[in-house]
Write a protein that binds this ligand. Structure first.
Ligand code: PLP
Ligand code: COI
Length: 339
């Protein structure tokens, strides 16, 4: 393998040695298969290609301070993939197959797990899609499940440093009763133009508002949104956002630290009252936000300085500590992978 500069990895694709695949045919899942090719041979009429019958997941494995490899909350990702599958009528993938493939992919690519302390991790990307042909709009009869891994650095190049976000009413990511709560590819295709616009304006990403009223905060690019005010962790309640496993974990850690937690509608003007705000997700971990520009209302909201806020830092240290074994895993979120 090539020598990897662990400390300067971006959130991108690095080819590893193997990936793991599993096929659903004739109404049942087959055995796990190992491949050293990073391409797929797919039917030209696969529903995943034509009709977006596709869902993915994202989770991370970390090399700990003690050398152990820790996988964070995989069962939640497996459950979310089942929910996504039901949301777009794909075959459900049993959790044991999900874990078996993830574990195999990590073990087979152990040399790509970044060492402790380099600010990097092994990103695990499970993918499920309709591989069988249809020309009419209907679910496929065959499905393919693939897991690949790739070593990654921070999603936002700034790492754990504040970024800025754009509020725009020009594009929606997900419709109110649409697929926003599932991790399906179409949501991400729908987000590309708004992200392009945010990047062109020098912003890290987009802070989406609810598509119905354009009044309440939904989520933040590929991450959920949270705010801190009066010792309370506040995060939006919405049917069109992805239920983030990181956000769920931060809510628990906030409670553990004595904060109140509120999951409720958050009106965009409320930004003016928050002490700290941030984006959270597997890829983003916690990205503190120090500026949000609402282009239509001509408003600029600023938070703190160019340093992450106190509570965001406390939560970040606790979460990443649990993931790397420097903090106790009191909620049983970690599975050690014997590589
Ligand atoms: N929201 C969106 C749209 C995402 O793509 C992600 C990433 O998975 C998240 C939120 C964060 O979810 P999680 O913390 O489970 O990674
Ligand atoms: C993740 O946080 O794992 C994600 O899936 C975000 C991704 C769309 C890059």
């Amino acid at each position: 393998m090539s020598i990897i500069d662990w400390e300067n990895l971006s959130f991108g694709y690095v080819k590893t040695n193997y990936n793991v695949r599993c096929y659903y045919r004739n109404g049942k899942w087959g055995e796990l298969e190992i491949s050293s090719s990073d391409t797929l041979n797919v039917h030209i009429a696969a529903t995943g290609l034509h009709y977006g019958q596709e869902a993915f997941e994202g989770l991370k494995a970390f090399r700990g301070v003690d050398g152990k490899v820790r996988l964070f909350r995989w069962e939640d990702n497996a459950q979310r993939m089942i929910d996504s599958a039901n949301g777009i009528l794909m075959a459900e993938l049993p959790k044991e197959i999900f874990y078996g493939a993830v574990e195999k992919a990590i073990k087979l690519n152990a040399e790509f797990i970044p060492p402790y302390g380099k600010g990097a991790s092994l990103y695990v990307r499970p993918l499920l899609f309709g591989s069988g042909p249809q020309v009419g709009v209907k679910p496929a009869e065959e499905y393919m499940f693939v897991v690949f891994v790739t070593p990654v650095g921070p999603y936002f190049k700034e790492g754990f440093k504040p970024v800025s976000m754009l509020v725009t009413r020009e594009f929606d990511r997900a419709a109110p009763l649409g697929t926003g709560r599932y991790k399906v590819g179409g949501n991400y295709a729908a987000s590309l133009n708004s992200i392009k616009k945010a990047h062109a304006g020098g912003f890290a990403n987009v802070l989406y508002l609810d598509a119905r009223e354009k009044k309440y905060i939904d989520e933040c690019g590929p991450a959920n949104f949270f705010a801190i005010k009066d010792n309370t962790y506040i995060t939006p309640k919405s049917d069109s956002i992805l239920p983030s496993i990181t956000n769920k974990s931060l809510m628990q850690l906030a409670k553990d630290a004595g904060l109140d937690v509120e999951v409720r509608k958050v009106a965009v003007e409320e930004l003016a009252t928050f002490e700290e705000v941030g984006a959270c997700g597997t890829a983003a971990v916690i990205s503190p936000i120090n500026k949000i520009v609402d282009e239509d209302e001509d408003k600029v909201y600023t938070f703190g300085s160019d340093k992450p806020g106190k509570i965001s830092t406390q939560l970040y240290n606790k979460l990443t500590g649990i993931q790397t074994g420097t903090e106790k895993d009191t909620h049983n979120w970690i599975s050690v992978v014997d590589v």
